[in-house]
Design a protein around this ligand. Structure first.
Ligand code: DDQ
Ligand code: CA
Length: 257
């Protein structure tokens, strides 16, 4: 072989390797099955942006105007405690850490800190970009902003300490919305998508999807573009997983298989 043709041969075999010889280069993300354990009532006016379960209680934050943060009675959907945001703010995700509630706004670049006990205001913080959702690994806050990025925030300074890009099948996965930390993984809603992604927080790799299309309410009053699946809460003590959507009439406990 001449020098040129051996170089060409090397290039061709390299290309074949890179493309897997024409076969799909990566395995598809598996879709995980689930079953519905129970359905609970959910306030049809709640435009759910944040949802979590803490110490036996369910908490929810909403968007639209006025937006609010509230504690909800799981079994009845009744409001236990509520605080409205000033009407200029479109509320987004919320989480709790060390007795504090942290809540975001959509395009106001402002977050609020509240006392978990009584919802009294403790302060605020600002961030670049949009605010979509919050969860926590017990050490850091984890924030989504509508892109493929998950930001890690220091809960005391609110400074960003790192971020990871979320990928599915090697491609960036954006529109990451409501979040939930569950046993070392981040479960995430994807805006206007009926799937939840299970994300490895170290690498951003999506390990599985859960397709909840069957739970989407068929109510005539709901807008399929706005009233989308959003809201994941994990009862760590009781190992119960809750999901709902914006203005959905029900909240579901589901069990993964
Ligand atoms: N976000 O939650 C995905 C971040 C924003 C959703 C904003 C949807 C606005 C809908 C307003 C019209 C509802 C009647
Ligand atoms: Ca959540």
């Amino acid at each position: 072989m001449t020098r040129l043709s051996s170089r060409l041969a090397g290039l061709v075999s390299g290309l074949l390797l890179a493309t897997g010889g024409g076969l799909p280069a990566r395995a598809e993300v598996p879709v995980q099955a689930y079953e519905v354990v129970r359905a609970y009532p959910h306030d049809k006016t709640a435009f759910t942006e944040g949802l979590f379960f803490h110490d036996g209680a369910l908490y929810e934050s909403t968007g639209l105007y006025p937006s609010f943060i509230r504690q909800v009675q799981l079994e009845t959907g009744e409001v236990v405690r509520q605080r409205d945001l000033p009407t200029v703010y479109f509320g987004e995700g919320m989480t709790t850490l060390n007795g504090k509630l942290y809540s975001l706004t959509w395009r106001n670049h402002i977050g609020f800190i509240w006392k978990l006990d009584d919802f009294s205001p403790l302060g605020g913080f600002s961030y670049p970009g949009e605010g979509w959702a919050l969860t926590t690994d017990g050490r850091r806050l984890i924030m989504s902003d509508g892109t493929d990025q998950l930001r890690f925030l220091d809960p005391d300074t609110l400074a960003e300490t790192g971020r990871v890009s979320v990928t599915a099948d090697g491609e960036p996965l954006d529109q990451i919305n409501e979040l939930e930390w569950i046993d070392g993984e981040v479960f995430a809603n994807l805006w206007q998508d009926n799937r939840i992604a299970r994300i490895d927080p170290e690498t951003g790799v999506v390990k599985a999807f859960i397709d909840l299309t069957a739970l989407v309410p068929q109510d005539a009053g709901l807008d399929p573009n706005d009233d989308v699946l959003n809201g994941i809460a994990w009862d760590a003590g009781g190992k119960r997983l809750f999901v709902t959507g914006k203005r959905w009439p029900q909240l579901f406990e589901i069990k993964l298989r």
